[in-house]
Ligand binder design. Structure first.
Ligand code: MD3
Ligand code: FE
Length: 203
């Protein structure tokens, strides 16, 4: 089910239903090597969302700033490699949305528990904003906020459910966005958790 819903953004509902268990197995393997951790923002706040990464580079934040880096600062080792299934899902979704030749080198994995949220922000740490971002939701339903080019622009609410994929590119790539506080619930595949995989070409 393909729904275009903003300039350059495409929502693919239930796109990875038949691959969700495989994706979650890979999440578990990645988390074994690079455990989920709640990172600190440059302003000194600990994020409510726990994160880890796989791929050639990973997104990190600490008191020194937001950036991508090849090394997991907790272990001193490289991030786990991006599983072939992750790559295939991201490339296929990008293609279905019209972005042919997407080559993700980073996958940030966000873990939300009831009470976790992500405030309105832009994704600006990647080098080439012409490259789309592919996001895969797994587990509990989230209310996603999609704003505009400035923080003051009106915000639309979109429900992102298990196995939904969104491809963000073109004019939507730098739009403000966030996730409202996750409500309590239970999902048969993830329990009391929502995961979001965001695939980027960061370098
Ligand atoms: C719209 N994550 O990790 S994914 C993030 O559900 C992030 O965990 C959210 O925002 C989550 O940075 C939302 C959807 C998303 C990702 C990137 C975007 C939406 C976007 C970039 C531009 C516009
Ligand atoms: Fe974001």
């Amino acid at each position: 089910i393909i729904e275009p819903f903003a300039d350059g953004a495409v929502l693919l509902r239930a796109e990875v239903l038949d691959k969700a268990e495989g994706l979650l197995e890979e999440v578990r393997a990645i988390a074994h090597a690079a455990p989920f951790r709640r990172m600190v923002t440059p302003g000194g706040f600990t994020m409510s969302v726990a994160m880890t990464n796989c791929g050639d580079t990973g997104w990190i934040t600490d008191r020194r700033g937001y950036r991508y880096g090849a090394i997991d600062p907790e272990s001193g080792h490289q991030w786990p490699a991006m599983p072939a299934l992750f790559r295939a899902v991201a490339v296929t979704a990008a293609e279905r949305a019209g972005y042919v030749g997407f080559e993700p080198d980073a996958c940030l994995i966000n873990r939300y528990e009831p009470g976790s949220r992500m405030s309105l922000h832009q994704d600006k740490n990647e080098r080439d904003f012409a490259q789309p971002i592919v996001s895969v939701s797994l587990g509990l339903l989230a209310t996603f906020q999609f704003g505009g080019a400035t923080r003051k622009d009106p915000v639309r609410k979109i429900f992102l459910d298990h196995a939904d994929v969104v491809v963000w590119g073109g004019a939507s790539r730098l739009n403000h966005h966030g996730v409202l506080t996750l409500k309590n619930g239970w999902h048969p595949s993830t329990g009391r958790v929502r995961y979001n995989l965001t695939f980027r070409k960061a370098l």
